[in-house]
Design a protein around this ligand. Structure first.
Ligand code: AP5
Length: 182
């Protein structure tokens, strides 16, 4: 099974991914977590990515596409994977199509977590990650609206998007997602 979790910053992608990876026995691939690991280990990629992440901007497509292409070749992706935070731009979505096409794999669904903006800001300010300050959060939301919304439209044209209300109790949201995939 190959799934994509899309949603604005703070919409609960990481929170829901923890359950979904167990439920469907697939590997959780979070580009945000992968980048933060690279930043933590001060790798070449991490050093390049950090400045974009601090500003709440997207890390250049080529770096992200290469990172995901390499990661999906690993053994633990053989049973499928759950993409969290990727693709986030049209070039990334097209690169993913190409990657899957070459392996004769198909995307099963795109799960869109919908949460009002003020709730997103409240959640992120309450969390306190390095990029969870008000200025960076506002920019991450702007980047989502400008660069990631077209990705949703791209998948909507393929009738592949499950629209999920991402507010309320976490287990209830999970049930909605599972129901939409049944
Ligand atoms: P990334 O790590 O992907 O961050 P994000 O999209 O901004 O999303 P978050 O991790 O902040 O939120 P989430 O939706 O996972 O919510 P969570 O479950 O944590 O990306 C960070 C940066 O990396 C980007 O800005 C960019 O620079 C770079 N990057 C990453 N991918 C990239 C790509 N593909 N291309 C280019 N650049 C890329 O929940 C948030 C909070 O809300 C938590 O405290 C949680 O406990 C709480 N919460 C969750 N669900 C609920 C609920 N139902 N009710 C109340 N609280 C809830």
């Amino acid at each position: 099974m190959i799934l994509i979790l899309i949603g604005a910053p703070g919409s609960g992608k990481g929170t829901q991914a923890k359950y979904l990876k167990e439920r469907y026995k697939i590997t959780h691939l979070s580009t945000g977590d992968m980048l933060r690991e690279n930043v933590g280990n001060a790798t070449k990629l991490g050093k390049k990515a950090n400045e974009y992440m601090q500003r709440g901007e997207l890390v250049p497509d080529k770096l992200i596409i290469d990172m995901i292409a390499k990661r999906t070749l690993k053994e633990d992706c053989k049973n499928g994977f759950l993409l969290d935070g990727f693709p986030r731009s049209l070039p990334q979505a097209k690169a993913l199509d190409e990657m899957l096409g070459k392996k004769e794999l198909e995307l099963d669904a795109v799960i869109n977590l919908i949460v009002p903006e003020e709730e997103l800001v409240r959640r992120l300010l309450g969390r306190g990650r390095a990029d969870d300050n008000e200025e960076t959060i506002r920019n991450r939301l702007k980047v989502f609206n400008e660069q990631t919304s077209p990705v949703l439209d791209y998948y909507r044209k393929q009738n592949n998007v499950k629209e999920i209300n991402g507010t309320g109790a976490i287990p209830k949201i999970r049930e909605q997602i599972i129901k939409s995939l049944a």
